[in-house]
Ligand binder design. Structure first.
Ligand code: HEC
Length: 110
């Protein structure tokens, strides 16, 4: 019984790790392409939207940054990067919650 519960705990930890698996630049690019993000966001050049590096610079290290970015992606964001700057919310059909979590983690590591 003790062995069994140890196994359950181990499996639980593994699941958590998989869900939070760090992704590399290629995987991040693939998620952004699929989600239509690359139309407005480039890695290190501002376009319609701020560059990924600028987002990281502004948000990295802030408490709750990951949650804030996820909310901005899903619900949209306005005025943070300039008075006329606005992003529409992006639907789950374009970027899933899991992909968003991985992508945000990657953005904040840039
Ligand atoms: C139509 C252009 C456009 C598209 C498409 C777009 N964005 Fe944005 N994004 C913007 C703009 C503009 C801003 C800045 C908003 C502001 O100033 O508040 C922004 C801001 C952000 C931020 C920063 C939010 C913050 O709180 O600092 C993140 C993260 C982000 N976008 C991710 C994404 C992802 C991921 C996608 C695709 C699923 C995406 N964006 C699609 C234009 C876009």
């Amino acid at each position: 019984m003790k062995l069994l519960s140890t196994l359950f705990v181990a499996c639980g930890l593994m699941t958590v790790n998989v869900a939070n698996a760090a992704i590399d630049a290629d995987a991040a690019q693939a998620i952004m392409k699929k989600g239509g993000c690359t139309t407005c966001h480039k890695l290190d050049k501002a376009g319609v939207g701020p560059s990924i590096k600028d987002i990281a610079k502004k948000q990295k290290g802030k408490a709750g940054a990951a949650d804030e970015l996820k909310k901005a992606i899903r619900d949209g964001s306005k005025g943070l990067y300039g008075a006329d700057s606005a992003m529409p919310g992006i639907a789950a059909s374009k970027i899933s919650d899991a992909d968003m979590t991985s992508l945000v983690q990657w953005i904040l590591s840039q």
